[in-house]
Design a protein around this ligand. Structure first.
Ligand code: NDP
Length: 254
């Protein structure tokens, strides 16, 4: 399905990362992948994960708060791959103290950090990737229902995800004429490193599993499969959307 396609994945921290499940789905579909990791701390993790299944994948250091690392990443991936067909943005961060208690107490630094890393980075990476998407492309990001509804403890991350989902629509409008599509996947809660930073995660997961039409939590692999669909020609008419992969939780009233 994605044979001869080349893409870059931001956000693999470990084997539980949604980005890793996405990489596996893309790899199975035949795509060639490059990975980025935030700092030396994570390099060994990413290397160990990719070595067995995707040994030829370039691994590049890229902290999105450092513009020079972003520029170098796209320079290197351009040299290696010649062009890009897709980009997976699976990055988010907010200081831990902002993810508990009242949203009201969010301070300026926490707000700016959360919005910069979790929302602005999509625009930053899309701008860098677009010139390499010479045959069109697909950009996919990960969001959460907390963008639209209040989840206690999700706080500033909900505000950042709202900005992210809006960015998806503006970017889709800007990049559509170049046949570059931009979409978000709104995943149900999944136990990952980042998710563990959100207070009340287990209550949230239990509630989702009880209330969702499918009566269970979503698997990271299901999110990965949807990302693979969004990167391929089967989704060629879809852009600017937020697609829920949450076992149907979001459709429920009472
Ligand atoms: P992970 O912790 O596995 O992945 C988050 C990634 O973001 C990590 O690789 C992390 O690196 C990276 N990151 C943070 N700051 C930066 C930075 N400055 N530059 C580059 N990378 C950075 O968690 P998930 O897989 O859960 O998260 C992936 C995405 O999915 C996020 O956008 C998240 O909000 C979203 N999502 C998650 C859900 C869940 O329940 N798990 C539900 C819905 C959406 P590092 O570890 O070094 O900080």
């Amino acid at each position: 399905m994605l044979k001869d396609k080349r893409g870059i994945i931001f956000g693999v921290a470990n084997k539980r990362s949604i980005a890793w499940a996405t990489a596996q789905a893309l790899n199975q579909a035949g795509a060639r992948l490059a990975f980025t990791y935030q700092g030396e701390r994570l390099k060994d993790n990413v290397e160990a994960l990719t070595r067995a299944e995707m040994p030829d994948s370039p691994l590049l250091a890229c902290d999105v708060t450092k513009q020079e690392e972003v520029a170098e990443t796209f320079k290197q991936v351009g040299a290696e791959f010649g062009r890009l067909d897709f980009l997976i943005h699976s990055i988010a961060f907010a200081p831990r103290e902002a993810l508990e208690g009242d949203y009201l107490k969010t301070d300026r630094d926490a707000f700016i950090t959360a919005l910069e890393i979790s929302a602005y980075s999509l625009t930053q990476l899309a701008r860098a990737a677009a010139p390499l998407m010479t045959e069109g492309g697909s950009i996919v990001t990960m969001t959460f229902h907390g963008a639209e509804k209040v989840y206690q403890g999700y706080n500033v991350m909900g505000v950042a995800k709202a900005a992210l989902e809006s960015s998806v629509r503006y970017l889709a409008a800007d990049l559509g004429p170049q046949n570059i599509r931009v979409n978000a996947i709104s995943a149900g809660p999944i136990q990952t490193l980042s998710a563990r930073g959100v207070s009340g995660l287990s209550t949230m997961m239990k509630h989702h599993a009880e209330r969702a039409p499918l009566r269970r939590n979503v698997e990271a692999s299901e999110v990965g499969n949807t990302a693979a669909f969004l990167c391929g020609s089967l989704s060629s008419g879809i852009t600017g959307e937020t697609i829920y992969v949450d076992c149907g939780y979001n459709i429920m009233g009472i």
